[in-house]
Structure formats: structure tokens, C-alpha cells
Write a protein that binds this ligand. Structure first.
Ligand code: 5GP
Ligand code: ZN
Length: 142
């Protein structure tokens, strides 16, 4: 399988590795939004958020809490964004699941999505569509 992140894990491609343990590895993003922009990934290849088993997510979240606080302190950031792009439409370009830790500074820049607005009626309609799907699927969750 052709995966640049697996290549980094296996040592076939270079990266500025910051941290690794048995389950996760973390390295600098090659195209940082701010300096210190860090990726945290599972060592096993999972394509996207939906396909990562819960125990792997647990390891990842534990690593994220630790690494994000260390990154923020190291680059003297005022805050950080945790981002997951899931699917091409959402901007995912590498299909090996990962979190972005993006250090942020007061007034550095704004993410500017084109916010929409609901009417009272359409907000209820969207909620009904999602609630109805949740109701259909909830037995597989509980
Ligand atoms: P995505 O767009 O899939 O959420 O994020 C993929 C990220 O991986 C991008 O921010 C991109 O800059 C980073 N990236 C892609 N190729 C490489 C690489 O070879 N090395 C490193 N360190 N980062 C990479
Ligand atoms: Zn991979």
C-alpha cells in the first residue's frame, strides 16, 4: 500500500519525529499553518476516523493531550486547534488517519467559513433528519 505516513513510520521517509511509543507517532507537518504544526497518528494504518478502533482512539487521545500541551508550551502559543479532515471534501489528502495540532496566537488569523443561517423551520427539519437516522442506528451504538 502506498502511504507516506506508513513510510515515515517504517523509516522509509524522513520526518521531524517528535514523539513515539508503541501505538502512536507524532511529527512536524511539512506545510505548517503555524510553526510547530504537528501531526499525531496511529502506527497502524486506518483510513479515516470511522475505521479507527476505540482502543486505538484512546491511545491517540492520550497522546494528543500530552503532545498538544507540550507543543503549545514549546512554541509559546496562546492556544491551539485540533483538527481532523475526514474525506476528500473536508480536505483530507493523506488517507492514514491523523489529528492536526495547530499552535495559535492571539489575532494570528481567522478561519473564515461561509456561515449559513437556519430559519426556525429548517433548523428543526435538519435536526429531525439527523435524529431519525440516529434512532435507526442507535442499537448498533448502545
Ligand atoms: P490532511 O490534509 O490529510 O488533513 O493532512 C495531511 C497533512 O500531511 C498536510 O497538512 C500535509 O502538509 C502533511 N504532509 C503531507 N505529506 C507529508 C510528508 O511527507 N511529511 C510530513 N511531515 N507531512 C506531510
Ligand atoms: Zn498509512
Amino acid at each position: 500500500m502506498d502511504c507516506i505516513f506508513c513510510d515515515i513510520i517504517e523509516g522509509r521517509s524522513e520526518a521531524e519525529i517528535l514523539f513515539q511509543n508503541q501505538n502512536i507517532i507524532s511529527f512536524l507537518d511539512i506545510r505548517p499553518i503555524n510553526y510547530g504544526h504537528t501531526l499525531v497518528i496511529t502506527k497502524k494504518h486506518y483510513e479515516n476516523f470511522q475505521s479507527v478502533p476505540l482502543d486505538e482512539l484512546h491511545h491517540l487521545m492520550k497522546g494528543l493531550q500530552f503532545i498538544s500541551s507540550v507543543v503549545v508550551k514549546s512554541v509559546k502559543a496562546d492556544g491551539f486547534n485540533l483538527i481532523v479532515n475526514s474525506g476528500k471534501a473536508a480536505g483530507q489528502t493523506i488517507f492514514h488517519f491523523h489529528f492536526h495540532i495547530i499552535p495559535r496566537y492571539n489575532n494570528d488569523f481567522r478561519f473564515k467559513p461561509d456561515f449559513k443561517s437556519y430559519t426556525q423551520q429548517s433548523m428543526k427539519e435538519y435536526a429531525d433528519i439527523i435524529r431519525s437516522e440516529l434512532n435507526k442506528q442507535k442499537d448498533s451504538f448502545l
